[in-house]
Design a protein around this ligand. Structure first.
Ligand code: PMV
Length: 360
């Protein structure tokens, strides 16, 4: 098994004065949810996600060698404007990953970042944002050590992204990514996300995800606080075991293409995630009345039409509507006719399964 120490470099063969890289990295939507963690962003249970295609962060990282190597030095731009309030998170990230990238204090960095999805849409940008930054930092490390293999490059990028935001480690690769040790996925690891290694049925090809923006407000509870509440949670151990069972079942479902079984697991996972929040102490509800309206409308539509459309949720009120490519026309019509009214300002984003981070 790979340990974190293997990502600590011993020496670099090259030196680089200045330059820049630019990467895009997508968001991802978990099917089996990560909720609960141990120290160092080690997940309490394994998770699996679809990498998205359209919702992404594009980050340019410029770097120049500096004389003083005592501290980190960086400027942060969001959509071209200085963004001071993002800096503490980046500072903390750099501190966490310094042991793996010992050159960080040798450079001044300018991090210039933007998202393709609307600002304050309630779509978390931490997964795509941390993944895009991690890819750029790995490009710099590869310039210092050109012998690095592709496997090492992507595994380490995912591991660094994880230290920024857990679910970010699933945004490096496509299309289906597993993060966390799972006995019958031999390549799986708690340290980084890996491409789902088993067969995937054509039913899941170009799988669609339309994100209904129900509530774009600030989250009431950060995911950090939410994960913490799984310590001492009365149902935690059973929940962690259930995630393993659900991932196990998904392996067979991905192979057979059984959408009925797929829907059962995915919707149950979404509701379980929210049930964990409702049964923690303190307890909280992140769904809004319109979240429930949408869920009920999806169930009614599915019953009546037999079209295999389902929902999932992340840690918020927005609803991800998941459906196979060949049902797109009918589902989009349903969304326009019956669901748009539940979205804030009628807003929704059409996305689909994608391939992971890209060097621009
Ligand atoms: O990556 P974090 O710490 O923001 O946690 C995200 C957790 C969920 O989005 C709710 C589930 C998941 O697996 O992505």
């Amino acid at each position: 098994m790979i340990t974190a120490n293997e990502f600590i470099p011993s020496h670099y063969t090259q030196s680089v004065e200045s330059g820049f890289f630019q990467w895009s990295a997508p968001s991802n939507i978990a099917l089996v949810k990560y909720w609960g963690k141990k120290d160092n962003q080690i997940p309490a249970n394994p998770s699996v996600s679809f990498t998205l295609n359209n919702c992404k962060t594009i980050t340019k990282l410029a770097f120049a060698k500096k004389d003083n190597h005592a501290s980190f030095s960086f400027d942060l731009l969001f959509e071209g404007q200085t963004k001071e309030d993002f800096k503490p998170k980046i500072q903390k990230f750099l501190e966490r990953i310094e042991i793996y990238l010992p050159f960080l204090k040798d450079y001044h960095f300018t991090i210039d970042t933007e998202n393709t999805f609307p600002h304050s849409s309630g779509i978390a940008s931490s997964a795509s944002g941390m993944a895009a930054l991690a890819m750029n930092l790995m490009s710099l490390e590869k310039a210092l050590n050109p012998e690095m293999t592709d496997d090492y490059f992507f595994q380490k990028a995912s591991m660094l992204a994880r230290l920024g935001s857990g679910s970010a480690c699933r945004s490096v690769k496509g299309q289906v990514v597993v993060w966390g040790n799972q006995a019958n996925i031999p390549t799986s690891s708690d340290l980084f996300g890996v491409e789902f290694p088993h067969a995937i049925h054509d039913n899941f090809k170009n799988y669609q995800d339309t994100i209904l923006l129900v509530d774009k407000g600030e989250k009431q509870v950060s995911s950090t606080v939410g994960h913490d509440l799984m310590h001492d949670h009365p149902f935690a151990e059973r929940r962690f075991a259930q995630a393993h069972e659900n991932l196990d079942q998904l392996i067979a479902i991905f192979e057979s293409g059984n959408l009925e079984e797929f829907i059962k697991i995915v919707e149950s996972e979404a509701l379980t995630l929210h049930a964990m929040m409702m049964t923690s102490m303190p307890y909280f509800i992140l769904m809004k009345p319109n979240t429930l309206q949408i869920i009920n409308a999806i169930w009614k539509f599915r019953n009546e039409t037999k079209i295999p459309v389902c929902f999932t949720l992340d840690a918020g009120a927005n609803v991800h509507v998941l459906y196979p490519e060949n049902t797109t026309e009918k589902v989009l019509q349903f969304i326009k006719d019956e669901l748009v009214g539940y979205c804030q300002n009628g807003q929704y984003i059409c996305d689909k399964i994608g391939n992971g981070a890209v060097l621009i």
